[in-house]
Write a protein that binds this ligand. Structure first.
Ligand SMILES: Cc1ncc(COP(=O)(O)O)c(C=O)c1O
Length: 448
């Protein structure tokens, strides 16, 4: 185990080293043998402890959509810390919660006018699932308790989200999970869809898998269906043309709530404010987090249709209507960061920038097609998926090598399985796109 110092000594004079911190979703031993330490960030770049710059090809973790060190956000946080550091989340309020919720409600299409604050995508998902079950109960349909997710879905790491999620590695260590959950089939791997630009043409009929589950369980037992409009974590899987519309129709037919998990697609990633705009499909509940506060302060928001909120507003008025919430729901620092973020998105036109740059980005992605070991290229908005042929007997190894080589070459990418995912800050310029894809071209060529 490494005992390499990470910076200044602690106040007790002892070395701060890499041993104590158990890193999330990280190959801890590999990292601690060869640490990759970030010391600063500005615009499109991280600054590393060895003095190098690293271009951010993934907006931190799909969250810094306005890039780094944005003055509006920095200023908002600094001011807020001096003015009101914390306000109790329960039975007390502060003005920025209400301002932010009102602004968010105006941004979202349809009747998703009620906003519940959380601190992460995982918490937004748990909140949405609980709301869905409790909503049906409040309307006298307490038999609707079943939750439907999809294979290859990612909805965070808490028990509800993990259970409706469909990534085997994220589930297999954790026992029997939440009961009463089933999964539709995923939409990936359709041979005719390889090298699709935007929405793939084939696979709309996979939405009918929901009808199969309705037949099996009876729709009257199903509370909600949750899907990512575009599945990010499983490797950038865009929905087939017409798929989400069909899901919406089936949900409507059977009184099932449709939840869009927009933790990745929310706030401009697809070139529209939300995926709901892009696909012209309005869900009953939308979960968001990540780019809501530009990744600067943890924050999530669940958008809910009026009808759902209204169903809870019954009984004595001094009673809590929904027994759920977090100590840090809508905390002043996060609200200030989010308001500064929304200002920045608005001033820089970032929520639609993906549409302007989308063509250039798409051509850059598909320019890699002639390279060895590429089995698919996918894109939508400012997202790319570059799927590599796995090395025989060593799945994920080739992509992880690409990650390490890209890091050495000054580009931060993310890999999932053998897919490289790109989702840069929306402030990206064509020169950055050129750098990213020239770098990747060299790296992919060099991979054994
Ligand atoms: C679609 C989706 N839902 C939920 C989450 C979980 O978010 P968090 O890591 O903030 O808990 C993620 C994270 O990547 C995500 O992509």
């Amino acid at each position: 185990m490494s005992t390499q110092n990470t910076g200044p000594l602690g106040a007790d004079g002892k070395a701060n080293n890499l041993d104590a911190y158990w890193m999330p979703f990280t190959a801890n031993r590999q990292f601690k043998a060869n640490p990759r330490m970030v010391v600063g960030a500005d615009g499109m770049y991280f600054k590393l402890s060895d003095g190098r710059e690293l271009m951010d090809g993934i907006a931190g973790l799909w969250c810094c959509n306005a890039g780094h060190n944005r003055p509006r956000i920095v200023e908002a946080i600094q001011k807020q810390a001096a003015e009101l550091d914390y306000s109790p989340a329960f039975q007390m309020g502060h003005a920025k919660q209400f301002e932010l919720a009102s602004r968010l409600a105006r941004m979202m299409p349809g009747d998703l006018n009620k906003i519940f604050f959380t601190n992460s995508g995982s918490e937004s998902v748990e909140t949405a699932l609980k709301m869905a079950i409790a909503y049906h109960r409040a309307r006298g349909e307490g038999h609707r308790t079943r939750l439907i997710g999809r294979e290859k879905g990612y909805h965070g790491v808490n028990f509800g989200g993990m259970s409706v999620g469909g990534m085997p590695a994220n589930r297999k260590m954790f026992g029997s999970l939440v009961t009463g959950v089933d999964h539709m089939r995923h939409t990936h791997g359709i041979e005719e869809n390889r090298f699709s630009r935007g929405e793939p043409a084939h696979g709309v009929e996979l939405a009918d898998d929901l009808e199969r589950l309705c037949d099996l369980h009876d729709p009257s037992t199903i509370a909600a269906v949750i899907v990512e409009p575009l599945a990010g974590s499983a490797g950038v899987i865009a929905p087939p043309v017409g798929y989400l519309k069909r899901l919406r129709e089936i949900c409507d037919r059977h009184g099932i709530l449709l939840i869009f998990d927009e933790v990745i697609t929310g706030f401009g990633r697809l070139g529209t404010p939300f995926a709901a705009n892009y696909f012209d499909v309005i869900p009953d509940i939308t979960t968001t987090a990540k780019a809501l506060a530009n990744g600067v302060i943890p924050m999530g928001a669940v958008f809910v249709q009026d009808k759902i909120y209204d169903a809870f507003m019954q009984g004595p008025e001094n009673m809590v209507e929904f027994f759920h919430g977090y100590t840090f729901s809508g905390n002043p620092m996060a609200c200030a960061a989010a308001l500064g973020t929304l200002d920045t998105y608005e001033e820089d036109g970032l929520l639609t920038r993906g549409a302007e740059l989308g063509g250039y980005w798409e051509d850059a992605v598909h320019s890699l097609r002639d390279l060895p070991n590429i089995i698919d290229l996918r894109n939508m908005g400012l997202i790319a998926g570059i799927e590599l042929e796995p090395r025989p007997g060593a799945p994920t190894a080739r992509a992880f090598d690409a990650f390490l080589k890209a890091y050495e070459a000054g580009l931060l990418i993310r890999t999932t399985g053998d897919t490289i995912a790109l989702s840069p800050p929306l402030i990206i310029e064509k020169t950055h796109i050129d750098f990213a894809f020239e770098t990747l071209r060299g790296i992919i060529k060099s991979l054994d």
